[in-house]
Design a protein around this ligand. Structure first.
Ligand SMILES: NC(=O)N[C@@H](CC(=O)O)C(=O)O
Ligand SMILES: [Zn+2]
Ligand SMILES: [Zn+2]
Length: 345
């Protein structure tokens, strides 16, 4: 097979940032994706409906002329979030979901949730209104090994939270473990999971072998090979529990190549070429459309896109090593393998 036509894909977990960074990187996602769930972890975070509406306008203004890209906005859940504001913003079509960051778990998560009892009222209102909760699923207890944070979160936080709030629709964001894969499949149609491009490609060796490689550092951190294989099996299975959320998360090079480097891999530029390569290696090209274009809309109860994109297979694809932004250069994720699929114009 050397051409592949799919419904236009969506990205169910994306960081677009703000200001000069937004202007520099928004075209990278708008080129291939129709819609994306936009993460609210700005500084300061997007915590009320009015801020989400204003951020949506800034994103629209940063898109290339004539772009049909639709940002689907989220609110950042805090212990002060007003259930009425969330429900109103959802009813008015400003937001699509709410994002839960355990305080301290990742980039710009200091305003996240410490005491889950304090957000119970919001979660109940969301269950009632059918508003999905997107969850960064890692515990932050200092006695838990960083490689175990996701599995422990599922047992100690996520499962009790879902039992306490029946009907709450939950997306486990950027799962990285066999335990995440298994738990996501066990929850029926109200539970889903996004899988990133980079976690299908790298295991923890990419970060640590042969010198420390800051551009492969992200959160949740890449795990052992057995977990990467479980993610690949899940993503290529066609199972509607799993859908693409790239978690493309740009940081300028000086903040990545640093004694205390930021977490995040920037994959917007070459994600579709990487995914096609991975699905081809798994003999599952016929299931790429389910993962990238169908399962996500089905979970979010949105129609799949009518527009199509075509990928063609040929000589190795070239793509820029870095994207220049007004804030500085952003390194594009290097999958450490030649890519043969390009998106036709
Ligand atoms: N994934 C990351 O490593 N970083 C994300 C935050 C997140 O999604 O946890 C970021 O905002 O940079
Ligand atoms: Zn996260
Ligand atoms: Zn993210």
């Amino acid at each position: 097979m050397d051409t592949l036509t799919l419904r236009r894909p969506d990205d169910w977990h994306l960081h677009l940032r703000d200001g000069a960074m937004l202007a520099g990187i928004a075209p990278e996602s708008a080129r291939h994706f129709a819609r994306a769930i936009i993460m609210p972890n700005l500084v300061p975070p997007v915590v009320i409906g009015a801020q989400a509406a204003a951020y949506r306008d800034r994103i629209r203004a940063a898109l290339p002329e004539g772009s049909a890209f639709t940002p689907l906005m989220t609110l950042y859940l805090t212990e002060q979030t007003d259930p009425a504001d969330v429900v109103r913003a959802h009813r008015e079509g400003i937001i699509t979901a709410v994002k839960l960051y355990p305080a301290g778990a990742t980039t710009n998560s200091a305003s996240g949730v410490r005491d889950f009892d304090k957000v119970r009222g919001v979660l109940e209102a969301m269950a009632e209104a059918g508003i999905p909760l997107c969850v960064h699923g890692e515990v932050v207890d200092s006695d838990i090994d960083i490689f175990d944070r996701e599995a422990v979160f599922i047992d100690r936080v996520l499962d009790p939270l879902r039992r306490r709030t029946p009907g709450l629709r939950v997306v486990m964001e950027h799962i990285t473990t066999r335990q995440g894969v298994d738990y996501a499949a066990s929850g029926g149609p109200d539970l889903g999971a996004t899988i990133t491009t980079h976690h299908l490609v790298i295991n923890r060796n990419a970060i640590l072998v042969g010198g420390i490689k800051p551009h492969y550092y992200c959160l949740p951190v890449a795990k052992r090979e057995e977990h990467r294989l479980a993610l690949r099996k899940a993503a290529t299975s066609g199972n509607p529990s799993y859908f693409l959320g790239t978690d493309s998360a740009p940081h300028i090079d000086p903040l990545k190549e640093n004694a205390c480097g930021c977490a995040g891999c920037f994959t917007a530029t070459n994600t579709l070429s990487i995914l096609a390569e991975v699905f081809e290696l798994e003999a599952a090209l016929d299931r790429l459309e389910a993962f990238a274009s169908l399962n996500g809309p089905a979970f979010y109860r949105l129609p799949p896109n009518e527009a199509r994109i075509t990928l063609t297979r040929g000589a190795p694809v070239s793509y820029p090593a870095k994207i220049a932004t007004g804030d500085g250069p952003v390194t594009v994720f290097d999958p450490m393998m030649p890519l043969h699929w390009r998106v036709a114009d």
